[in-house]
Write a protein that binds this ligand. Structure first.
Ligand code: NAI
Ligand code: MG
Length: 340
């Protein structure tokens, strides 16, 4: 029996997490869910976005399955996602994007994994305003990149490539302009590449990389990059394969791991039963692989891909004429799991 902290999240979170739990349980894996809250849901219930009980639960279970959390833009509290990643030292954010048969996208040859540094860079949370008591005249955010933080995520990327039979690691940077920070990241990657002669290594500058990901996505296998670049490129990769509703991410550290979708709480579609549950279900698949429940993981993954391939009982982001919603799509995935 696995014990897992379950955080439903905000916006579309509770509805897609509820069906993801149903799909995971239908695979036969035995899980005891430890229900906790975070984000706006926690602010409304207990007055703080990251309650101590939730942190204690993650410390105990070491694994969490998390819905998207709303972060206010501008003022308000600091991103709970960023805080969780920093507190639990979840230094590698693994985001696979592989073409789904049946999606309406011009790309049918995408098979890449973006590994995003997840705890530092421009998201370190070191920000200042400069000015007078009356007026802010300037503001700065510091991109803190450490040697140790870079080494551990780059090494993780090479080891990931080796373990998953992938051929190439591409480091993405902006070392021509940000010479000290991403320059160091690149230099460390070059050194570590020497320890992995079986894995091809190359580098791309972020802006040109964005263009190449669209023009020739088949060039990319494993990408490793700093926090902000990884955030942006993983949404781009989601766009290549059919949208944000499809892409999952694993936040991995030495002791803890948190599994979630790449997308956010999608307030524009919350409460309409049209959110695509695929991303959180596939986050569940990554979690099952982490728990070495590979057979259950493959069964769910096959069923999800089959339902998307048929493009019939899917949410409107995949087929605007389908007339089906979140619950229907999950039911269809469960039927497929039982029939194969
Ligand atoms: P978003 O990812 O929530 O939505 C972007 C667009 O994609 C929207 O049009 C939305 O309807 C669509 N979309 C997202 N998930 C979908 C799904 N499962 N099915 C169908 N369509 C889907 O990004 P946005 O709007 O910028 O952010 C909303 C909130 O989510 C913000 O408060 C943000 O801070 C938070 N957020 C949280 C994340 C997390 O918890 N890991 C990650 C990204 C954003
Ligand atoms: Mg993002």
């Amino acid at each position: 029996m696995h014990k897992i902290t379950l955080i439903p999240g905000d916006g579309i979170g509770p509805s897609i997490m509820e069906v993801a739990v149903r799909v995971i349980e239908a695979s036969g894996v035995s899980i005891q869910w430890d229900h906790q809250i975070a984000g706006m849901a926690a602010v409304d219930a207990v007055g703080t976005p990251l309650p101590e009980d939730t942190l204690d639960s993650i410390r105990r279970n070491r694994i969490a399955f998390k819905g998207p959390l709303t972060t206010p833009v501008g003022g308000g509290y600091r991103s709970v996602n960023v805080q969780l990643r920093q507190m639990f030292k979840l230094y590698a954010n693994v985001r696979p994007a592989t073409t789904f048969e049946g999606t309406r996208t011009p790309f049918n040859n995408v098979d890449m994994v973006i590994i995003r540094e997840n705890t530092e860079g421009l998201y370190s949370g070191i920000e200042h305003e400069i000015g007078t008591d009356d007026e802010v005249l300037a503001a700065e955010s510091i991109a803190l990149i450490t040697r140790a933080g870079s080494e551990r995520v780059i090494r993780f990327a090479f080891e990931y490539a080796r373990k998953h039979g992938r051929k190439r690691v591409t480091v993405v940077h902006k070392a021509n302009i940000l010479k000290k920070t991403t320059g160091m990241f690149l230099e460390i990657a070059r050194t570590i590449a020497g320890d992995f002669p079986d894995i091809e290594f190359n580098d791309r500058i972020i802006d040109a990389c964005a263009m190449r990901m669209v023009m020739s996505p088949e060039e990319f296998d494993v990408i490793v990059t700093t926090n902000l670049f990884g955030d942006i490129l993983s949404d781009l990769a989601a766009g290549l394969v059919g949208g944000l509703g499809l892409i999952a991410g694993a936040n991995i550290g030495k002791e803890y791991a948190i599994f979630e979708a790449v997308h956010g709480s999608a307030p524009d579609i919350a409460g309409k039963n049209i959110a695509n549950p695929t991303a959180v279900i596939l986050a569940g698949v990554m979690m099952l692989d982490h728990l070495r429940e590979h057979e259950a993981a493959r069964r769910i993954e096959r069923a999800v891909r089959e339902v998307i391939r048929e493009c019939r009982c899917v949410t409107p982001d995949l087929n605007p004429e389908s007339g089906y919603g979140t619950q229907d799509m999950a039911d269809e995935i469960i039927r497929k799991m039982q029939s194969v």
